[in-house]
Write a protein that binds this ligand. Structure first.
Ligand SMILES: NC(=O)c1ccc[n+]([C@@H]2O[C@H](COP(=O)([O-])OP(=O)(O)OC[C@H]3O[C@@H](n4cnc5c(N)ncnc54)[C@H](OP(=O)(O)O)[C@@H]3O)[C@@H](O)[C@H]2O)c1
Length: 180
């Protein structure tokens, strides 16, 4: 946050995107993997948001647009639970709940809080998985054309460029062929 403020002198939008997805059946997972997911997908996100909110409130007051934004990157895994995803799921279900509560809390401050829920996106997300779990995950999506990172960036860009009267609270963005 300090680096950002030193560079730009203000903060108009926070996009909570960093995340990790360590898939695998609970029976075979390690608690260290679960701790890594909770630490980044939940705790780090909460800490960054806590640090950012005062500056966002200030930006909403001082900017010409009279609004500032938080956009949280959740997932279809924040809406649909599946085997192999038993801890990734609650990190994203929880994020959806945090988003909605914070949205209501910051309404009066003119800080919008929204969530984007992508389906399958072509990124490095599966690189952290072990070979067997990664192969199974990639097999599951092999028949569909994934979203591109730019598609998610477009969704975020759309949300943060709306006029103050418009609040895009939630955007579910599946790959076109995706059923779940
Ligand atoms: N890919 C999908 O299919 C998909 C679907 C739904 C939702 N999502 C969500 O999209 C978000 C972005 O993931 P991605 O698919 O773009 O995966 P990715 O290619 O692996 O990128 C992960 C991002 O998180 C950052 N990151 C990882 N560990 C970090 C740490 N300990 N501290 C700070 N930053 C860290 C990475 O930064 P560095 O590059 O600097 O390491 C990178 O920018 C995640 O929240 C993920 O859950 C992804």
């Amino acid at each position: 946050m300090q680096n950002t403020l030193e560079r730009f002198e203000r903060l108009d939008a926070l996009v909570n995107n960093a995340g990790i997805m360590l898939l695998g059946m609970a029976l075979h997972a390690t608690v260290e993997e679960w701790d890594r997911m909770v630490s980044l997908n939940v705790s780090a996100l909460l800490h960054v948001t806590h640090a950012a909110v005062p500056y966002l409130i200030d930006a909403a007051v001082t900017s010409r647009r009279q609004v500032a934004d938080i956009v949280n990157v959740s997932s279809t895994a924040g809406r649909v639970a599946r085997p192999g995803s038993s801890v990734y799921n609650p990190t994203k279900f929880g994020l959806n709940g945090f988003t909605e509560a914070l949205r209501q809390e910051l309404l009066a401050e003119r800080v919008r809080v929204g969530v984007v829920e992508p389906g399958t996106v072509q990124t490095e997300l599966t690189n952290h998985l072990g070979d067997a779990v990664r192969d199974a995950a990639l097999r599951q999506v092999s028949a569909i054309e994934p979203l591109r990172a730019q598609d998610v960036a477009d969704a975020v860009g759309y949300i943060v460029t709306r006029e103050r009267r418009v609040a895009v609270n939630e955007m579910l963005l599946r790959a076109g062929d995706q059923t779940w």
